[in-house]
Design a protein around this ligand. Sequence first.
Ligand SMILES: [Fe+2]
Ligand SMILES: [Fe+2]
Length: 199
Amino acid sequence: MSLQLNRNSFGDPANKGNVLSPTEAITLFQEWVLNPRLQLHMKQVAYLMKMWAAEREQEDVAGQWQWELAGLLHDADWDQWPDQHCKKIIGELEQRGVDPEIIRAIASHGPNHFGVEPVTRMDKMLYAFDELSGLVHAYALMRPGGYEGMELKGVKKRLKEKSFAANVSREEINDACTRAGVTLEELIEFIIPKQATVV
Ligand SMILES: [Fe+2]
Ligand SMILES: [Fe+2]
């Protein structure tokens, strides 16, 4: 099954600045994503994106919402239409006239799967947060205290264990960090305290 999108242009430049309202976004999210574990993953990535935009990219509130929206909806079609991931959500957002940057970020969140290269800061950070966020959460689930007291070195240890969260590609994580120009350590230290607050 190929998820290749076979295109490199997304949305209409005339829609620059167009977003879904929080209510529209949550409605779509709840209708499309029924699996609570996937919902949590998407909320975690959304929050990481928002906070990275705020703290590291100096995005204003409107910009932060764009980053958050890309995170919130990046896997929206994965639960019910896995063979159409992420073609379906991209088509939906294009139809709704959403800003091409948000659509493009979603389209490039897995360059090996969708064949779209991350270009912008938003693209690259979504790609970087996606898998690493999942690994950190898997680690929290196996720790008695969850996120409490979690340290960088523990996460790095788990990363080295090939059998731990084996579906999380270490290669993609390293590739994503390189592309984003962020060290693995910096990213993990950003993720732990942020993600601990998302329930
Ligand atoms: Fe995905
Ligand atoms: Fe994801």
